[in-house]
Design a protein around this ligand. Sequence first.
Ligand code: A3P
Length: 322
Amino acid sequence: MDSLLAILRRTVEKRLAWDDTEVSASLGKPAVFILTPPRSGSTLLRVMLAGHPELFAPPELELLSFTNLKHRREGLSLRHGYMLRGLVRAVMALRECGEAEAEGLVNEWEARAVLMPEVYAQLQEWCGSRMLVDKSVHYALSPKILQRAADCFGQARFIHLTRHPQATLQSIVSMKLDKELFGGVSAGAEEIAEGIWTLSHENILGFLDPIPAGHRLRVRYEDLVSAPQDELGRICAFLGIAFHPAMLLPYAERRQRMTDEIGPQDPNFHRHQGIDARLAEAWRDSGHVALSSESMCIADKLHRQQSCCGTRICPHPSWPVG
Ligand code: A3P
């Protein structure tokens, strides 16, 4: 019988990456991709980066998952309609225009089925000297989608964001993302949530393996919230830009950070007023589920690579917990 992971892999191929058309392009300007399973603190990281004047970090673009904008509308409308708003929000910020004008432009791209690399090229042109940051949590669900980032961008930088599996599982279940992503798969919510965590990291690890070391960076959510200045400094060094103090104020300047209600939003993000370090350990209050051997293997890999990388010793000796 197929394992749950095999079922999830097949479901992703059917629902997300159904368009198998090969896409490649030679987009020469650098772009940054945040790769992570959902509920790993990716909104917080995106909003921190959006505070930097040399970066442009909009909410979910969800571009790589589709070969053209017509497919994107059709695909996202089925289950994730709110994600269509990320591109509209990005266009509004880049063109400094209102919602109706941005929506009109995106609708026109959709009607013409503009190719995904052309949309990136246009966004990057409008970004000027700023680097585009794309944080879209569906990318990690499919190796084919991830590969498109490498096939289209010669100068991509990848940030692999990790978080304790138990914290991610709890958050996926409480936000019912297991149903949004894998409704119809017959398994418990916690099992599916665990599958999402495992599948995403497995795909990211496999994808990043051949990427040159200088183009990929691992960031732990737990470090980001407990020592934000150090972690953001490390990210800036990786991106070749100077640290900017506005990155430490994710709740300031909502328009610049695109955290207003126009783009896709995480309602929980707005429950906080600042970087809340307590959330790194909050999962421990609710206990934990026993992880499968596949998940333990991935957790072990992440843990080993993280604590053996020479400069960074894992501050949480109990990571990972099965
Ligand atoms: P919960 O609200 O379930 O705790 P993502 O953006 O990748 O979906 O991750 C969402 C998680 O990021 C939230 O899940 C929360 O744990 C964490 N998060 C959101 N805002 C935060 C903040 N201001 N400080 C620390 N962590 C935050």
